[in-house]
Structures are given as structure tokens and as C-alpha cells.
Design a protein around this ligand. Structure first.
Ligand SMILES: Cc1cc2nc3c(=O)[nH]c(=O)nc-3n(C[C@H](O)[C@H](O)[C@H](O)COP(=O)(O)OP(=O)(O)OC[C@H]3O[C@@H](n4cnc5c(N)ncnc54)[C@H](O)[C@@H]3O)c2cc1C
Length: 378
């Protein structure tokens, strides 16, 4: 009997697209906006499975960062200097694009600095990072345009009220944003350019037919010339051969804290754990590394093991001697894989993808979205 869509609904909402983007995270929305801004006559649609964008873009920590020094050293070890520099450039250029496209006010961008913290037990890691400050400043200067990116900042430890921290390395060009405001601004900008965004519309499969694509969804079939997969951690559910492995990240946010001393974005344990100030509260997340297997999932969920580890760090190091109330807890899913760099490519004629942000999509997402949009053969 069919789906009961009217002729009008089919012609105005479900068919005739030039490009359909699957996933309304930062990558998908950036791609959609870029297509419409450059070619206003294009019909561009975005299909999103969630009631809200339901991937990492609304669940992250809002660090506007291109890498703490301990993370960068790990990346050089596993993937070499050249690949690391390419990724740092993607993150830096992505952040500049995000700020230019939406404006610092709209996303509450603040350059409060970023810090790598080390406890006494992390002395060897701290020493390795201290030894590499000059090298990394030299390597990153052509990208960031500054010579003094990383510097010892032990004098600030007491002012931040951190306990048990023996070394602090600052990155003064790191910033923070309000993630919710960023996504709100992206959704509004996409809608303002004439992009159709459909929520609660889960894509089930993509079929090629006569040089066009049929996108079968929980709400019916959409017809488009081209499609972009921007589903990051969930990419394999639609294209099995894509090398993306989900990795869940858990987060908590405290109640407001009187005289909160930390200001900025903080990285611990090579970036696996992170915290920041937001609205006089502490946002703290990470510890995925203490239970990699269970956290390698695209299912939402929080676990006692990780939440307890977060709370221990909170009460012992970040807010020593205080017993802050925890008001929010959630999880989000990132896209990792066997390689650290993102995948931006044509899968077959008319089908493209921009996925595997490796936990850095706030930084590189605007750039990846625009890159994949530029690949589309119109
Ligand atoms: C806890 C946490 C903290 C993070 N902190 C930071 C940070 O501080 N800085 C930083 O740079 N990055 C951070 N990240 C990573 C960053 O959030 C992601 O890399 C980025 O949001 C990925 O954007 P995306 O658009 O590629 O994917 P997503 O935002 O995941 O968007 C994919 C979208 O596709 C939708 N979707 C999936 N399957 C389907 C389907 N079949 N049909 C329709 N829609 C579908 C999903 O609902 C989702 O909305 C963090 C991530 C997490 C989880």
C-alpha cells in the first residue's frame, strides 16, 4: 500500500536532492552549509537518526585544541612526524574555520590556555615532554605561526588549586568553546542557508539506481544524486568496509563551585583524561584507557568503574578536600581506527565520506566537512 506520503511531500521533501548528507554532527552540518553557501541553488538535505544530533558533536568536552604535548609525542611515536604535522594543521585550520564561520561570540570561544598536568608518578612522561618542548615549538611554528606554543607553567599549579601535581606544561594558544552553542549555531546556520534537516530519520541503507542514490530510512526513501556519509563512529553500520572503530567517552559535570580556581582546558595521562571550567563548574571526562574493551562500543552508557575513577581524580587532584555534587553524567561515541588520520574520500561515484575524527572533531570537523563537500561532483 505504500507509505501514504502525498505527491506534495514526495516532490518537495523526499526527492530531487543534489546532495544528501547522513549525520548532523559538526562534519555533516559543515558540509551542508559549505555546499549551500557556494551553490545556493543546490537541493541539500541532512538526515539525522536522533531527535537531536546524537553523536559526539553534542556530547564532547569543547576543547578547542590541536594536541597537548604528551598526546603529540605519542602520535609521533606511533605515526611519525610528518603525519602528526598534517593532523595538527587540520585541527588548527579546522578551528580557524569554525571560529570564522560561526563567530567567537556564538560559540563562546575563550582562549584560556590548555595545560598538560603530571603527578609525581608521571615523572618520566613529564621529563620526556619537558625535553621535547623546544622541538615541538620549532615543528609547530610554521602551522600555528607562533614560536612559544608550549612552556613550563609550574608557577600556576598553586593558583589553580591542583593537589599532587608536580609539573604543568601550558599551551597558551588552546581555547574552549560551549559545545551546545556551537551545535545550535550550526543547525541555525544550515537551516538559514536553506538546508532541509530531518531528525528522527535513521538511514538503513544506500542503494545506487540509474546514476542516482536511494537512501532508505526509518521514515521512507529519499532520492538524491550524491550522498555524503558523516556518521563518524557509526560509519561501519552503513559501509562495512570503512575502518572506523567506536570508542565511548564518559563525562561528568559538577554543581557550581564557589571560587572555582581552574580556568582553561586540562589534559592528563596523554590526553585520555581531561577537565575544564564551564559556568563555574568542572567538566571532567576520560579514563577510557582503563577499560578499552568495554568502551569500544557505539552504545551509550556510563559505568561505575570509569565514573568512580573520574570522581577520585576530581576529589584528590582538581578540587582537593571538597565533595562536589555531580549534576550531570553522559557518554558520547568517537570514531577511531587502525590509523590516526581521518578518512575523507569518494567511496564510489556519487558517494563520499568524512569520518574517523579520532576524538578531535571539534577541532578538525569544520575543515573535514568542507573538504568532503568540495569533492562532490555536481
Ligand atoms: C566525551 C567526548 C569528548 C570529546 N571532546 C572533544 C574535544 O574536547 N575536542 C575535540 O576536538 N573533539 C572532542 N571530541 C570528539 C568530537 O566530539 C568528535 O570528533 C566530533 O563531534 C565528530 O563529529 P562528526 O560530525 O564526525 O560525528 P558525530 O557528531 O558523531 O555525528 C554523527 C551523526 O550521525 C548520526 N547518525 C549515525 N548513524 C546514522 C544513521 N544510520 N542515519 C542517520 N544518522 C546517523 C548520529 O546520530 C550523529 O548525530 C569528544 C568526543 C567525546 C565523545
Amino acid at each position: 500500500m505504500g507509505d501514504n506520503y502525498s505527491y506534495w511531500e514526495k516532490t518537495s521533501f523526499l526527492s530531487g536532492y543534489d546532495v544528501i548528507i547522513i549525520g548532523s554532527g559538526i562534519v555533516g552540518l559543515s558540509a551542508a552549509i559549505h555546499l549551500k553557501v557556494n551553490s545556493p541553488r543546490l537541493r541539500v538535505g541532512v538526515l539525522e537518526s536522533g531527535f537531536l544530533p546524537s553523536g559526539a558533536s553534542t556530547k564532547n568536552a569543547g576543547f578547542a585544541c590541536f594536541g597537548s604535548i604528551s598526546e603529540l609525542i605519542e602520535e609521533i611515536k606511533s605515526d611519525g612526524e610528518d603525519n602528526l604535522l598534517q593532523r595538527v594543521e587540520m585541527r588548527w585550520k579546522g578551528l580557524l574555520k569554525l571560529r570564522k564561520n560561526l563567530g567567537d561570540l556564538a560559540i563562546s570561544f575563550k582562549q584560556n590556555g590548555g595545560y598538560d598536568i603530571f603527578k609525581a608518578a608521571d615523572k618520566s612522561c613529564a621529563q620526556e615532554c619537558l625535553d621535547q618542548i623546544d622541538r615541538l615549538n620549532r615543528l609547530l611554528k610554521p602551522i600555528i605561526g607562533k614560536h612559544d606554543i608550549y612552556a613550563v607553567a609550574n608557577a600556576k599549579i598553586a593558583g589553580f588549586g591542583l593537589a599532587g601535581v608536580t609539573d604543568l606544561i601550558e599551551n597558551k594558544y588552546e581555547g574552549q568553546i560551549d559545545t551546545g552553542r556551537m551545535m545550535d549555531a550550526l543547525v541555525k546556520k544550515a537551516a538559514g542557508t536553506g538546508v532541509h534537516i530531518f531528525n528522527n530519520c535513521r538511514v538503513e541503507n544506500i542503494q545506487q539506481e540509474d546514476g542516482r542514490h536511494v537512501i532508505n530510512t526509518s521514515q521512507g526513501a529519499f532520492d538524491t544524486k550524491s550522498a555524503i556519509l558523516a556518521t563518524n563512529a557509526f560509519a561501519k553500520e552503513l559501509i562495512a568496509e570503512i575502518d572506523v572503530i567506536p570508542g565511548r567517552g564518559q563525562v561528568l559535570v559538577t554543581a557550581p563551585i564557589d571560587n572555582l580556581k581552574i580556568s582553561g582546558t586540562f589534559h592528563y595521562n596523554r590526553g585520555y583524561t581531561y577537565f575544564r571550567n564551564i559556568d563555574n563548574r568542572v567538566l571532567l571526562g576520560g579514563f577510557r584507557d582503563i577499560n578499552f574493551n568495554e568502551e569500544q562500543t557505539s552504545q551509550p552508557g556510563i559505568t561505575d568503574l570509569i565514573q568512580n575513577a573520574l570522581e577520585k581524580l576530581l576529589s584528590e587532584v582538581i578540587l582537593p578536600g571538597q565533595a562536589p555534587q555531580i549534576e550531570h553524567r553522559w557518554s558520547g561515541v568517537m570514531g577511531f581506527g587502525s590509523e590516526l588520520s581521518p578518512i575523507v574520500k569518494k567511496i564510489h561515484p556519487g558517494l563520499y565520506c568524512a569520518v574517523r575524527c579520532n576524538g578531535m572533531g571539534v577541532a578538525m570537523g569544520s575543515l573535514l566537512g568542507e573538504q568532503v563537500a568540495d569533492m562532490v561532483e555536481l
